[in-house]
Design a protein around this ligand. Structure first.
Ligand code: ZN
Length: 230
């Protein structure tokens, strides 16, 4: 997972993790999963690899106090989307859409700014627009259609857009903190992979063992040999 995702943008990192979470699935199928389904799998993978306790840091938006956050996986677990396609009435238009997938997130990564990214995502996810029973163009939709669609997508796929309550111990300010399982899990995996490579490096230098031999040792035996090296 680490080799596939290292140096890639975040959507590719997410797919590298997902391939590890759902072995045997095709890359195409994984990339087409709604983001909430992806993130539910990544949350399970995180629990298997590193446990269900999370700790992180944030700062209070009101007073800038640095805050240590600890929370459980259950606090950031949400319901799965019931369906990937949905429809909305927006002013005089009937709009059919689908939930965003990893492919969509990857496609919008080069966007210049957040507004451009949102517009690109909306255009990708709209599958059909009708007005008075005849087909209309996406350009005919009012500008607030993007906001309405984004809000509906969050409702329908809550695991794709997770926030949780945080209170500041200094000034009592309350806010919703976003939780991104991809960023979280990737940074943990990256640290673990680099630590493991560092262990291989030290043991290979000291004993002349191959990478395969060193990785074949149990973690306890690896730690014991590393302890002897001081
Ligand atoms: Zn504060």
């Amino acid at each position: 997972m680490w080799e596939r995702g290292d140096g890639e943008r975040v959507a590719r990192k997410a797919l590298a993790l997902l391939a590890g979470a759902v072995p045997g699935a095709s890359e195409h199928d994984l990339a087409a999963l709604p983001v909430g389904r992806r993130d539910a799998s990544l949350l399970e993978l995180r629990e298997r690899m590193f446990g269900s306790r999370f700790s992180g840091r944030t700062s209070c938006p009101a007073c800038a106090e640095q805050i240590e956050l600890t929370f459980d996986a259950d606090e950031v677990r949400r319901d799965a989307a019931a369906a990937t396609a949905f429809s909305m009435r927006i002013d005089a238009f009937d709009v059919e859409l689908r939930l965003p997938s990893s492919s969509d997130l990857e496609a919008i990564e080069p966007a210049a700014d957040l507004a451009a990214a949102r517009a690109m995502l909306f255009a990708r996810c709209v599958t059909h627009v009708q007005r008075d029973g005849s087909t209309a163009a996406i350009e005919d939709l009012p500008s607030h259609a993007i906001d309405l669609a984004a809000a509906r997508m969050s409702e329908l796929d809550p695991q794709a857009d997770v926030t949780f309550d945080v209170g500041c111990p200094s000034c009592a300010h309350q806010w919703r903190e976003p939780f991104d399982v991809v960023t979280f899990l990737w940074s943990e995996l990256d640290a673990a992979a680099r630590r493991l490579l560092g262990e291989v490096h030290r043991l290979a230098l000291a004993y002349g063992w191959s990478e395969r031999e060193i990785l074949g040792l149990s973690p306890a035996r690896r730690a014991a040999y590393l302890g002897m090296l001081g």
